[in-house]
Structures are given as structure tokens and as C-alpha cells.
Write a protein that binds this ligand. Structure first.
Ligand SMILES: C[S@@+](CC[C@H](N)C(=O)[O-])C[C@H]1O[C@@H](n2cnc3c(N)ncnc32)[C@H](O)[C@@H]1O
Length: 239
């Protein structure tokens, strides 16, 4: 009984999340979009540290990136872009270019349809969808805002981080990383090259890992590495 009571908030959250996803799905359909339905690893033929498709919330970017913080010289990339929900959000900003990298061609096909149906409403129309494995993909040296929502875990995640750092080393520039649900944050911290700028907390009060975080990527390791407590955290808001 006690354990059932303890599980109440989690169960209530799961039920309301499912209901919300269904509502969002209906709303998307009215705009000719489909980004809501989850797609499992088996269906995508993914293995090992590669993760399934689940979209970030529709307000994710808006919560950590103000429109004044993006200029016409900035280039955005979503590493593991799925059905393109975050690309659709990014293209509302005045980015010079928006890139999505996704391992599944079938998800990219859905993303292509979603983007073409939204084109009249987008500020950035220069959108590139790449079908590639992040383990092999080289990050272009003009990217200035990278987004990641756990496409891969473990060593594969570290390899992607190394590619981001290699790109910055090849061409030093202002580079930011937005990390949704930062399960692998210790792997960033270990490099000493990610400084936390902003953190927007998610709705799950029992999970400290449901946030979306914005980091500056540093040219050299930080001589004063960040401590545990992030600055700029906004409690209770959705990520
Ligand atoms: C959690 S979903 C995030 C989707 C999207 N970024 C969003 O936030 O709406 C992770 C995505 O990464 C893709 N993925 C998994 N392994 C990958 C890999 N090795 N290379 C590229 N994409 C990968 C999955 O197919 C899935 O679409």
C-alpha cells in the first residue's frame, strides 16, 4: 500500500503524459504534421547504445534560447533529429541554416513531409536533412548551436562530444550546446570544456534529469570547472 502511494505521482504523470501526447498528436494532425508517435529501437533497427525515437517538447528550444540570442550567421544542428520536431522549432529562429542528422531514412522521410508542410511559417528555409550515423558523421565547422536529446549513450555519446570539440578546434568560434535530459552530463563535465549557462527544469519533480540545459563550448578546458548547482534554473517549467 505504502509503495503504491509512493508511486502515485509517477503513475499520474505517466497517465497525463500519455493523454497529453494524444492531444498534441490530434493538434498536429490539424496542421498536417506527425511528430508525436514514439518509434521503438527494434522498428528502427537500432542496436547497442543507439536510442529510440521520442520527440522533445514543442517548447524545448524556446525555454533556453531567446530569439535575440540567434543571429543570421548562426547555424543549428540537431544530432539525431527524428521526425524533425526540434528542426521545426529551430527554423522559427533567424538561423542561416538548420541541419538534422538522423540514422533512420524512414524518420527523415517523415521529417521532410513535416518541414515542407510548415515551410510558409518558417523564418529559416535553408534546412538540410542528412541520413547518417552520428558515429561516422563529421560536424560541419560553421555550426554554432548544437542540440542533442540522447540519440546515443555511453561511449558513443563521448565520441559525438569529441566530434563537436574537434570541429571547434578546427575552427574556433562561439559554439553552444543544448542538451535535453542530460543523462550523460558527466561525460561533458569530464572534458572541462562545457560551461553551463542555463537550465530549464522539466515537470517530473522526482527526476533531476528531466531538464534542458544550455552550455557554452570552450576553446580550452575551464580553469574553474562548474560546481553541481546550475545557475539560471527555472523551477517547475516544462522542458
Ligand atoms: C530521443 S530521439 C530525439 C529526436 C529529436 N532530436 C527530438 O528531440 O525531437 C533520438 C533520435 O536519435 C536517432 N538516433 C539513434 N542513434 C543514432 C545514430 N547513431 N545516429 C543518428 N541518429 C541516431 C533515433 O533514431 C531518434 O530519432
Amino acid at each position: 500500500m505504502a509503495s503504491q502511494i509512493k508511486r502515485l505521482p509517477k503513475n499520474a504523470y505517466r497517465i497525463s503524459r500519455r493523454a497529453l501526447r494524444a492531444q498534441v498528436g490530434l493538434l498536429e494532425r490539424r496542421f498536417g504534421l506527425e511528430t508525436s508517435a514514439l518509434v521503438g529501437r527494434d522498428e528502427l533497427g537500432l542496436v547497442g547504445e543507439q536510442r529510440h525515437y521520442e520527440p522533445a517538447g514543442w517548447l524545448t528550444l524556446r525555454r533556453v534560447l531567446r530569439s535575440g540570442e540567434v543571429s543570421a550567421d548562426d547555424v543549428f544542428i540537431d544530432l539525431g533529429s527524428g521526425k524533425g520536431r526540434v528542426l521545426l522549432q529551430a527554423a522559427r529562429y533567424p538561423f542561416k541554416r538548420v541541419i538534422g542528422v538522423e540514422i533512420s531514412e524512414s524518420l527523415n522521410e517523415i521529417a521532410r513531409k513535416n518541414l515542407s508542410r510548415s515551410m510558409p511559417r518558417l523564418a529559416c528555409k535553408n534546412i538540410e536533412l542528412v541520413t547518417a550515423d552520428l558515429a561516422e558523421y563529421e560536424i560541419p565547422d560553421d555550426v554554432t548551436v548544437a542540440f542533442i536529446y540522447n540519440p546515443v549513450r555511453g561511449e558513443l555519446f563521448s565520441a559525438v562530444v569529441d566530434k563537436l570539440l574537434a570541429s571547434l578546434d578546427r575552427r574556433p568560434r562561439d559554439l553552444r550546446l543544448i542538451y535535453r535530459i542530460p543523462l550523460e552530463e558527466p561525460r561533458l563535465t569530464r572534458t572541462g570544456r562545457f560551461r553551463l549557462l542555463k537550465s530549464a527544469r522539466g515537470v517530473r519533480p522526482w527526476s533531476r534529469e528531466s531538464s534542458t540545459r544550455l552550455y557554452m563550448v570552450l576553446a580550452k578546458p575551464d580553469p574553474e570547472p562548474q560546481r553541481a548547482s546550475p545557475h539560471g534554473e527555472r523551477d517547475g517549467s516544462r522542458a
